[in-house]
Design a protein around this ligand. Structure first.
Ligand code: NOJ
Length: 521
């Protein structure tokens, strides 16, 4: 019997911008509950909600001040319990974001840790003496620009932060930290959550000897300054595997197949280690490679073949087109190819994760400098690293602020997003929302597309093709995707089941930007 998450489609909710229920301009838990109908109608199986915990918002929730509560902007623990109950009632599972690598600098643990060198919590974070010149202990760089070390003048030592100075890294080598953080998992599992997406897990450990990171010869001006260095000493250190296994033991102690997804931006060969020895690690180490692979049939076919071939025995694949950190797929590929990409995502073997707004075909929203909120853009301006453009409010209906809020939204609703609101698309058979619904419903009807094996992955010019087979009755579905803007020949007779163009054209041709699912004779 496959686990529920193998046949599932996950949908990421970035709660600040999903739906506001109280007019403060910020989305909240009651807002999510109000939009469960949209999610059910879409046909997804689970939502992953980005951080909802109390936070001073230096990194918009990824700086957690209390792992076991809800930020008042999002509601209360009672609102959370009500959302979980309502989601479960309509057959949706709920996953939370588990921010394991760091806390907010306002977290009581860090307040104690920085209070004195003798505090029992001192060793809960990573403190080091200054380097010989009085500067940072080594050359490690923050992902968000600048040194990864910040001096705390009161105690004369530097603390390490893979991200912002307001996000000090926890010391996972300290067993007390591990215990406390595993208790966080138990807190939410006891409340009925169905699993977690584990944030930045590849950053959990750093080299104990504090060796410098080497320069990255592939860095070019215009790239993130942090990329000047390879992160050999600060990412993907061996100890991370036992920490992940410990998380897994906790979640496996609960009934109902709780799911663990790991966020690790790693090459395919390294990513596979995150399934763990004997698959005792993450159920799904996030596979982000579709985001970074050039959009050509040859490159994507090569990626699919490499990824499938690298999977450990019994490991289950997964695919992602976008999230709250990366330019939206409609901007990366353009509108017509975003439809092809949707068909790819929902017909590849493995669990897909959608990012809110992908189902509406939303593109990035340009944010003028005076409205920038993302600390990355503020610290490293002008390189296009800022994430505000992908985090703007969802347009729901033809109403002020597109129905997102009755107040002033914390980021503007995109002007180009207004006509794309969900209510309009719900009645338009040519819309992206219709295509997503059709794809999700086809996937549900056809176990070949969710659970069946994948074979014959090949590129023929601009056409990417593969075959999915129904594990029960052997029916074979051909997926043929035209990644180019010219018509292409299509051989192999069969019955078309779904086209990205809505209607079916000449059975022997693929129109420009067309994707087709065909049941082979
Ligand atoms: C990865 C998250 O997806 C991103 O939004 C965040 O800024 C960093 N981790 C730090 O938590």
């Amino acid at each position: 019997m496959p686990a529920w998450w193998q046949g599932a489609v996950i949908y990421q909710v970035w709660p600040r911008s999903f739906q506001d229920s109280d007019g403060d301009g910020v989305g909240d838990l009651r807002g999510i509950a109000r939009r469960l109908d949209h999610l059910r109608g879409l046909g997804i199986d689970a939502i992953w909600i980005s951080p909802i915990y109390p936070s001073p918002l230096a990194d918009f929730g990824y700086d957690v001040a209390d792992h076991c509560d809800v930020d008042p902007a999002f509601g209360t623990l009672a609102d959370f319990d009500a959302l979980v109950a309502a989601a479960h009632d309509c057959g949706l599972r709920v996953l939370l974001d588990y921010v394991a690598n760091h806390t907010a600098d306002t977290h009581p643990w860090f307040a104690a840790s920085r209070a004195s060198r003798d505090d029992p919590r001192r060793d809960w974070y990573i403190w080091r003496d200054p380097g010989p010149d009085g500067g940072p202990p080594n050359n490690w760089a923050s992902e968000f620009g600048g040194s990864a070390w910040t001096l705390d003048p009161a105690t004369g030592q530097y603390f390490y932060h893979a991200y912002l100075p307001q996000q000090p890294d926890l010391n996972w080598r300290n067993p007390a930290v591990q215990d406390a953080m595993l208790d966080v998992l138990r807190f939410w599992l006891d409340r009925g959550v169905d699993g977690f997406r584990v944030d930045a897990v590849h950053h959990l450990f750093e080299d104990l000897e504090l060796r410098d990171n080497p320069p990255d010869p592939d860095w070019r001006p215009g790239m993130s300054p942090a990329r000047r260095l390879r992160r050999d000493r600060t990412m993907d250190q061996p100890e991370v595997q036992s920490a992940i296994a410990a998380m897994r033991r906790v979640s496996d102690g609960y009934p109902g197949q709780r799911l663990l997804i790991g966020e690790a931006w790693l090459p395919i060969d390294r990513l596979m280690a995150y399934y763990g020895v004997d698959l005792a690690g993450f159920h799904l180490p996030f596979n982000f490679h579709l985001i970074t692979t050039p959009w050509t049939a040859a490159a994507v076919a090569g990626l699919v073949r490499r990824y499938e071939a690298a999977l450990p025995q019994g490991a289950w694949p997964n695919w992602v087109l976008g999230n709250h950190d990366r330019s939206r797929v409609a901007s990366r590929l353009g509108g017509p190819q975003a439809r092809v990409a949707a068909m790819l995502l929902l017909t590849l073997r493995g669990t897909p994760t959608l990012y809110q707004g992908e189902e509406l075909g939303l593109a990035d929203v340009p944010i003028p400098p005076e409205l920038v909120r993302d600390p990355w853009e503020q610290r490293v301006p002008g390189l296009g690293l800022g994430r505000d453009p992908v985090r703007t409010p969802i347009p729901w209906e033809d109403a002020p602020q597109s129905g997102f809020t009755s107040g002033t939204p914390w980021l503007p609703v995109g002007a180009d997003h207004r006509p794309l609101h969900a209510a309009a698309q719900a009645h338009d058979p040519d819309s992206m929302l219709w295509l997503y619904r059709a794809l999700l419903s086809l996937r549900r009807r056809e176990p070949a597309l969710s659970l069946g094996p994948i074979a014959a992955v090949e590129a023929l010019g601009d056409v990417l093709r593969y075959i999915r087979t129904d594990p029960a009755d052997g029916r074979r579905l051909l997926v043929a995707l035209n990644l180019g803007d010219a018509e292409q020949a299509l051989d192999g007779g069969g019955t078309p089941l779904l086209s990205t163009h809505g209607d079916f054209g000449n059975p022997r041709r693929l129109r420009p930007h067309e994707g087709l699912v065909i049941e082979l004779d």
